[in-house]
Ligand binder design. Sequence first.
Ligand code: KMH
Ligand code: ZN
Length: 273
Amino acid sequence: MEKLIITAAICGAEVTKEHNPNVPYTVEEIREEARKAYEAGASIIHLHVREDDGTPTQSKARYQVCMEAIRQVCPDVIIQPSTGGAVGMTADERLQPLELHPEMATLDCGTLNFGGDEIFVNTENMIKEFGQRMIERGIKPECEVFDKSMIDMALRLSKKGFIKEPLHFNLVMGVNGGISGEPRDLLYLTESLPKNATFTVSGIGRHQLSLNTMAILLGGHVRVGFEDNIYLRKGELAESSADFVKRIVDLSVILGREIATPKDARRILGLTK
Ligand code: KMH
Ligand code: ZN
């Protein structure tokens, strides 16, 4: 089996210091979280950024400062900015980090309820526009799917030329409004992927560890971090996203899969920049 790519989603847009005081907001906090996750074994940093007070932002300038800070402490890590941003942001706001020409970025492949009254809007035309911009800038999209229909959307838009093959998916499971996080759900999603696709799995909250374990066994890759989960185990807040990375490294070694370096991850995902 291929080496395991671990993505650390260190910040997110919705989780706050009220949920876990270790969630990073400032440039220095984001840089340190990235460094710890990288040193623990993460080869990709999935990046959201915040104002110093924790307000989520998609500001190009803020991304630039944070990406430069991360590169100072882990020069070879793959930085994958979010184009999802936070619920309620406009498409133009969300697209800003693509102007920094990152190697990868997320491409959210459908609209869903996002808890309470929130709706995370990704219309078909938005997905086309985001996909087209990534093609023009040579950015590898990670297709974020929160439900099976979003795999179908990605496949359809790929056939129409808006997303380049081979596709790479992130199966985000357990969001209130998306697919649930049971083992049968993951098998349903993985069996719906094209044979040449790569995939990573993000389990939200209590689903994280079980789904990550399945992903390791199924030949997929793994995402962990504060964006998806703040508890290392029931009732115990994680000190850093690196805690989750370390646990996956240990588990993967026990299960017989080596951990990918950033260089390995670039080869596996076909990153060319
Ligand atoms: N914050 C969520 C509304 C992404 O990064 O592309 C969307 C999200 C997905 O986090
Ligand atoms: Zn995200």
